[in-house]
Design a protein around this ligand. Structure first.
Ligand code: AMP
Length: 389
């Protein structure tokens, strides 16, 4: 069991909360505060329970050097305007930071400057970890999107503290993924899409040991179809992964897992060019598949009927272009109507479910793309494992 923040005594303690404030910022203003909102429950809980709250996050990729472009100051300004009083500290380690934290009153909140201004963060460097450790008595991780990283703030610091636990966001994420992995209501269907098969081979393999049906759409379907002897034209295809796809199809068969691939497409002569309907699985040499077709949508819908758990990661086509978005939105709408536990695994599928306007109709939308995939692939995440009691 992951230790909950609710089990810890926070009163008067310096509580380090690793949050994910890696939000889009444009012209010095926060453009989308979903992640900040997501962390607010934990932050307010800690402050209301008398903690001296020390917030820390990464922001962008400053590669271990101080760079004003990647400062978290706009995030502090946004929190002050929209949510609660927070003091911004100019660094995340050092004497000045320590002094400021030691003079905090119970219930006060500070935000540290970007952890990645120090190279020790991503390297999980022991001396950087011990600098962070000086700043707190209790460690809380509420940055699910960073839990697959073994960094100083997501891993090293947790190992250095006896008093540690998960915030509400991480607790919710791990509840859904643990259920999916250990005890899903069956039939359990996984829908995997997106651009490259190489990114998701590990996840597909892991799913063959857990799911009853695996649907494959998006750019990655073509490597599977090529392996099956179909002509895929100019479609996205990874020749060096054809053998792995064969191995996965054989494994699926031997385990009784049904693999469902598209049976028709919407394609084009060029990437995001004029749409052309492709009626079967054979794609002529001058075309590329950019979305699943209407027959495939029908097939996917039929095969999803009666499934009790569904995991979805990755779009069915180039959904950023309305000509190739139908398959992805059809899946989003189908999932919204289902009487099943539906978990959306981060990234593009989240924006698709939001754009389709059905986000409130699914059980869980993960805040971590890479993290959710690794959770499924490896059964846990280092940043979560380290919080188990
Ligand atoms: P990923 O990050 O792997 O989940 O991939 C998401 C991207 O895959 C999106 O930007 C889609 O436009 C892209 N994508 C989906 N289907 C295709 C396709 N058939 N051909 C090229 N790109 C695709």
């Amino acid at each position: 069991m992951v230790q909950s923040i609710e089990k810890l005594d926070l009163k008067g303690k310096r509580v380090f909360i690793r949050v994910d404030f890696n939000v889009p910022v444009a012209d010095g203003l926060v453009a989308d505060d979903t992640r900040i909102k997501g962390a607010m429950t934990t932050i307010k809980y800690a402050a209301d329970n008398g903690a001296k709250v020390v917030l820390a996050s990464h922001f962008g990729r400053p590669k271990g050097e101080r760079n004003p472009k990647y400062s978290l100051r706009p995030v502090a300004d946004h929190i002050n305007t929209m949510f609660m009083k927070v003091k911004f500290l100019n660094d995340c380690i050092g004497n000045d930071v320590e002094t400021a934290i030691n003079s905090m009153a119970n219930g006060e909140v500070v935000l540290l400057e970007n952890l990645r201004f120090h190279s020790g963060e991503e390297k999980n460097d022991p001396s950087f970890v011990s600098e962070l450790a000086k700043l707190c008595d209790v460690y809380i991780n509420d940055a699910f999107g960073a839990c697959h990283r073994k960094h100083a703030s997501t891993y090293g610091l947790a190992t250095a503290k006896d008093q540690k636990g998960a915030g509400f966001l991480v607790l919710k994420e791990s509840k859904y993924f643990d259920q999916l992995l250990k005890n899903p209501d069956t039939p359990f269907a996984a829908i995997i899409g997106g651009a490259k098969v190489s990114d998701k081979l590990g996840v597909i393999e892991a799913l063959l040991g857990r799911a009853d049906k695996v649907f494959i759409g998006g750019g990655m379907a073509y490597t599977f179809l090529k392996q099956m002897g179909h002509n895929v034209g100019q479609s996205l295809m990874e020749l060096d992964k054809v053998d792995t796809c064969r191995m996965l199809l054989e494994k699926a068969e031997s385990r009784g897992v049904k693999i469902i691939l598209p049976v028709d497409f919407v394609g084009s002569k060029e990437f995001r060019g004029a749409p052309v309907a492709i009626t079967g699985r054979e794609i002529s040499d001058d075309l590329m598949g950019l979305d699943i077709g209407s027959k495939s949508v029908e097939l996917f819908r039929k095969e999803l009927e009666g499934c009790k758990t569904v995991l979805w990661n990755g779009p069915m086509g180039v959904f950023e272009d309305e000509n190739f978005a139908n398959g992805t939105f059809a899946i989003a709408n189908t999932l919204a109507e289902m009487d099943a536990t539906v978990v959306i695994g981060g990234g593009d599928s989240v924006s698709a479910i939001n754009q389709a306007g059905v986000a409130d109709k699914v059980s869980h939308i993960s805040t971590g793309g890479g993290a959710s995939l690794e959770y499924i692939e490896f059964g846990t995440l280092p940043g979560i494992d380290v919080l188990r009691a």
